[in-house]
Design a protein around this ligand. Structure first.
Ligand code: NAP
Ligand code: MG
Length: 499
């Protein structure tokens, strides 16, 4: 019998009110059931939000440095349980163990950053235009934060949102992706163990339509933080707009790596293999386009295909595996349908382009790392997010053309250029439309203490990570203290002074 897991609502581990459940399975071996989780609905969300409203009253009164101490303890607990959480994560979503360890490490880094922020949360002071008057702005928590996260970074992304939200004094209702309910549960267990008051953190399992939408619609939720696809982001945006809620969206990407003729090709090759096929291409920052300058094109493509053909598919727990499974059958079908689109559009397939079913691979959802050449910027495979191990290669003549091609998608998350020429590098920094640009590094590898997010259809202008995420989870309050003992009228009294 598979282990039974629960929601955490109003300080208690509990079933969905309907009593219904869903299974969590291993995408490398679909026969393996990792647990059974509550299939929650609107009524569970409602209970969780009411609990969070009560939790908020208590938590907001705890001094921020003390909240920071609790975040420090969460970080310590993540260190203690890192290996175990990483193994569970590889089982539930497939990426290789080295990467799931990295995913937990990002949570650890985020916890320690939050701990330090408990002693900062800086406001601002400014001089008054009137005598004997003092002006200051401070940050205050917003209230109940609704947190909705995807399956590809089951620990890192929830921590990017939940730790800053809590550190600022908000309470949280957390809906993890239903493909990764186990890691979400582990995180909530550790938050409670570290000392977050039970009602300040609530966990509701279930799908986007049955839990996600009711959470976004709920009038008791004051701020929503969502990471996922642009299509769902749009839907959430229109619902939460009606409620005039604060909303932070981190959405899709169609990231490109440029390689100029003068680049260090060995380095650029390592970069694109890691960027395109790490996490089986299922990263918002994955390299899904490679833009090559014509002088190195032939040689680079040849070496790239050879390296790609040698990548080993397998279970992410096996240390010889380079590329794990994709998340589920539906996603594998979606990836394959894009491969068919690419072929119909006239792109040429050099490797991959099919599921891998030999031996043990038949038990899971494996797809061979795929490379298309003769891709043009107008093709759908050059513009749309595929979210799988598929790389589209485009050829350009100049830096200007490379940047134009890079910018020719609706997305703007991450970007990369390999060149030894400092002038070209700085031109790229100036003209690339993206939230993140790497020089001589792949499109993946963001650090937890710097702003993270993108432009165009990748988001709505917020940045997670580092110091910027604290703007998402706080309201500014401006305070004027008049110690003159008389009624001073701003603007009007300063007008009089001048007259
Ligand atoms: P998704 O389908 O948009 O789902 C993301 C989350 O939203 C899941 O928890 C999902 O629940 C929930 N959801 C689905 N439909 C919803 C709705 N109508 N209302 C409210 N919530 C809803 O995305 P995904 O397939 O999990 O993740 C892949 C996408 O995330 C890609 O587009 C990727 O680029 C993007 N992503 C972006 C970033 C970034 O920081 N920019 C990082 C990682 C991933 P269920 O799945 O349980 O139904
Ligand atoms: Mg699973």
């Amino acid at each position: 019998m598979a282990k039974k897991f629960h929601n955490f609502i109003a300080g208690k581990w509990c079933e969905a009110q309907s009593g219904q459940t869903f299974e969590n399975r291993n995408p490398a071996n679909w026969d393996e059931v990792l647990g059974v989780f509550p299939k929650s609905g609107k009524e569970d969300v409602d209970k969780a939000v009411r609990s969070a409203q009560e939790g908020f009253k208590e938590w907001r009164k705890v001094p921020a440095p003390q909240r920071g101490q609790i975040m420090k303890r969460v970080g310590d607990l993540l260190v203690k349980h890192k290996e175990d959480i990483a193994r569970g994560m590889t089982k539930e979503m497939g990426k290789v163990l080295m990467e799931t360890r990295g995913d937990v490490q990002e949570g650890i880094d985020t916890a320690y950053y939050a701990a330090g922020e408990g002693r900062r949360l800086f406001g601002q002071t400014a001089p008054s235009e009137l005598p004997s008057k003092f002006c200051v702005s401070i940050r205050q928590p917003i209230g109940v934060a609704g947190v909705i996260t995807p399956w590809n970074f089951p620990m890192a992304i929830p921590t990017w949102k939940i730790f800053p939200a809590l550190l600022c004094g908000n309470s949280v209702v957390f809906k993890p992706a239903s493909d990764v309910p186990l890691t979400g549960t582990r995180l909530v267990e550790l938050l409670l163990e570290a000392g977050v008051p039970p009602k300040a953190i609530n966990l509701v399992h279930g799908t986007g339509s049955t839990v996600g939408i009711p959470l976004v619609e709920h009038p008791g939720v004051d701020v929503i933080s969502f990471t996922g696809s642009s299509a769902v982001g749009r839907q959430i945006s229109s619902i939460s707009g009606q409620g005039l809620k604060r909303l932070s969206l981190e959405l899709g990407g169609k990231n490109a790596q440029i390689v100029m003729d003068d680049a260090n090709l060995d380095l650029a090759l390592e970069g694109v293999i890691w960027g395109a096929f790490g996490t089986t291409g299922q990263r918002c920052t994955a390299t899904s386009r490679l833009i090559l300058q014509e002088g190195i094109y032939e040689e680079f493509v040849e070496r790239l295909v050879e390296r790609t053909r040698n990548l080993k598919l397998g279970d992410g727990l096996d240390s010889s595996t380079d590329v794990g499974p994709v998340i589920n059958e539906k996603q594998r079908e979606n990836i394959h349908s894009y491969v068919e689109v690419g072929q119909r559009e006239g792109a040429r397939l050099l490797c991959g382009g099919e599921s891998a079913n030999e031996g043990k691979l038949s038990k899971g959802f494996f797809y061979r790392p795929t490379i298309f050449v003769d891709v043009t910027p107008q093709m759908r495979i050059a513009k749309e997010e595929i979210f799988g191990p598929v790389l589209a290669v485009l050829k350009v003549k100049t830096l200007d053309e490379a940047i134009e091609v890079l910018n020719a998608t609706p997305y703007g998350l991450s970007s990369s250029i390999y060149t030894q020429d400092v002038n070209q590098a700085f031109r790229a920094i100036e003209d690339i439309e993206a939230g993140i640009t790497y020089i001589n590094g792949p499109t993946i590898g963001a650090e937890a203490h710097l702003p993270f997010g993108g432009v165009k259809d990748t988001g709505n202008g917020h940045r997670e990570g580092g110091w910027t995420v604290y703007d998402i989870f706080t309201e500014w309050k401006t305070i004027y203290v008049d110690y003159s003992g008389k009624l001073q009228k701003a603007q009007i009294d300063t007008e009089k002074e001048r007259a």
